[in-house]
Design a protein around this ligand. Sequence first.
Ligand code: DAT
Ligand code: MG
Length: 135
Amino acid sequence: MAERTLILVKPDGVRRRLIGEVIARIEAKGLDITRMQMRTLDRETAERHYAEHVDKPFFAGLVDFITSGPLVALIVEGDDAVAATRQIMGATNPLEATPGSLRGDFATAIGENLVHGSDSPDNGEREIGIFFPPA
Ligand code: DAT
Ligand code: MG
């Protein structure tokens, strides 16, 4: 089913010059990038984006990290875009992500795992609304 998801190349990915690598893999998979934006998040926007994690012990560190420099936000569209992009990204913990996935190939630390992808179509629409609000 055609759906939309929000993908972020997180600040570690931008610092490490991996924007192109992430985009290349999304395109190679056969998905469409329909919007793209580079920006540095303020804390309020980061806290909205990660609202589901507000009670987790790692929340403050997560907000510190995601606001630590520019990131690239993408709207990705295609059949089963949520599951397809989560497959490309690999497991949250890079040490559990399979080789061939972005996190498996390029990251070691759960706190600096290169990419974000929405975990459901509903969350995708919610997150897209934060980064690309309707005019
Ligand atoms: P994902 O990004 O795979 O959807 P998530 O939604 O569970 O994973 O968590 C969001 C981010 O929070 C994740 O990409 C990295 C960070 N994170 C998750 N679990 C963590 C932990 N145990 N310690 C530190 N950071 C963590
Ligand atoms: Mg998540």
